[in-house]
Write a protein that binds this ligand. Sequence first.
Ligand code: DGI
Ligand code: FE
Ligand code: FE
Ligand code: FE
Length: 187
Amino acid sequence: MEREAALEIVQKQLTPHRYQHTLGVMETAVLLAKKYGVDEKKAELAAIFHDYAKFRDKEEMKSIIVEQKMDPELLEYNGELWHAPVGAYLAEKEAGVTDPEILDAIRYHTSGRPKMTKLEKVIYLADYIEPGRHFPGVEDVREIANQDLNQALIEAIKNTIVFLMKKNQRIFPLTFLTYNDLVKKED
Ligand code: DGI
Ligand code: FE
Ligand code: FE
Ligand code: FE
């Protein structure tokens, strides 16, 4: 699928603000892909679709998680986690995205997972550092992302976990597993 066609499909699903975020993720993901030797076209398409399901009705997402036999543990955790796996499913079903590597990058863009591919890392990180993001610590992660993909990812996931814990939010186990997997590789 070409960029313009993909953007047109996605724009209909998003608010203007979220669409701007998507454009930022796209631009950042392509830069990271170039830098770290990832297929730029795959990074571009994964970025465009990463938040495809962001504004789906929660009940619709719940039904999809149950009917498509996704991890039922998702339902025990914050509904903000759901748009990633549901987005992968709907990007395939509704928009005809078929590449399994792209679908996995969408599926795991919120939690990560152990043994992430470089494409998955690029999308997770681009989502975190795109130019429209302004939270504390993002500038540090942007700097590290120029040097070391894994180290930047560790910082991004660590910041996310700490941020959620400060709000007394529960952490989805896969998020912890992702963190442990990446840190282990640094030992
Ligand atoms: O969709 P975005 O806002 O661009 O970003 P995202 O998909 O990375 O994250 C969406 C939300 O999910 C964000 O508010 C943080 C939250 N989140 C990420 N990991 C976890 C989580 N929430 C909980 N409760 N547990 C997690 O492990
Ligand atoms: Fe997201
Ligand atoms: Fe993210
Ligand atoms: Fe996003």
